[in-house]
Design a protein around this ligand. Sequence first.
Ligand code: 5GP
Ligand code: MN
Length: 338
Amino acid sequence: MNSVDITTVKSILSQPKKIAIIPHRNPDGDAMGSCLALSGFLKAKGHTVHVVAPNDYPKFLKWMPGNDVVINFERENPKAKEVINEASVIFTLDFNDLSRVGQMESVLQEAEADFIMIDHHQQPSDYAKVTYSDVTMSSTCEMVFNFIDSLGETDLIDADMATNLYTGIMTDTGSFKYRSTSSKTHRVVAELIDKGADNMEIHREVFDTNSPSRLHLLGIALSNMVILPEYRTAYITLSQDELDQYGFKKGDTEGFVNYGLTLEGIIFALIFIENREEGIIKISFRSVGDFSVNEFAREHFNGGGHTNAAGGRSEMSMEETISKFNAILKNYKDKLNT
Ligand code: 5GP
Ligand code: MN
């Protein structure tokens, strides 16, 4: 954050305020971790704070400190609207455009609060009074740590906040292995452990609580994988019928997309997951190296994200979506082979 923004934030937060903190739709570990940690920090500073999630999030995040008081916009709509309308400050965390909150978008657009964005996704939109955007950052959680550091208040980070921040850094870096993981990331993580984050326990809570449905679906996903060596690409499909067969629950397919990248020579991996209720195919894109899945998702599948991890969607059937994808892929043969 630059010094002008730091001064602006200090002035906005100099009096007790009503504050709403918003993660993106289908919040992940980084979105929830950053919101919950920032909430703890702002409460410690005497503000009235609510985290309002656009919709539900997976069970493997429901142990996170403070998650029990998160307001779900879909389930507790009147309360969520009231909190947003009464807020004089709204933090939006881990997303770069108001369209990323789904149905909540119009409510945020009408809100009169001062917006503060903290985010590491590419091409941030210009809607906030303060935009703290840094696409080189491992995670929004690392940025929230830096945000608190810029205010000179890391002393206020307690064990719960440290746990939430650690969780988001861990999940967004693939357990500290993606390229965005810097020595600075590790220094922040070390400090979080010193402040009470139990690294082993957090890892266990997030990764070692598989359900039978998840493991069965992983089996289906891996057997559905299509490998296209000439495009250095591998993709997985999961239909709604397959999800239903094993009692799919939110979060069950988290991380499946990464298996494609563990194949030698594969640099582009995707998973297409049917969501009949929403009438869409949700797509996750991953890459290694310079091939930008952010641009691919943005250009062809109404999405975006980072260079090596992005999301998007298709409103066509699975079959049509795969045909479209295969046709598009032909134009990327050279790019994928350089
Ligand atoms: P995932 O594939 O895990 O859903 O998302 C990968 C990354 O892309 C995350 O950083 C996520 O925030 C971002 N992302 C996922 N879906 C979308 C989308 O529909 N639009 C945009 N702009 N970003 C997305
Ligand atoms: Mn993130």
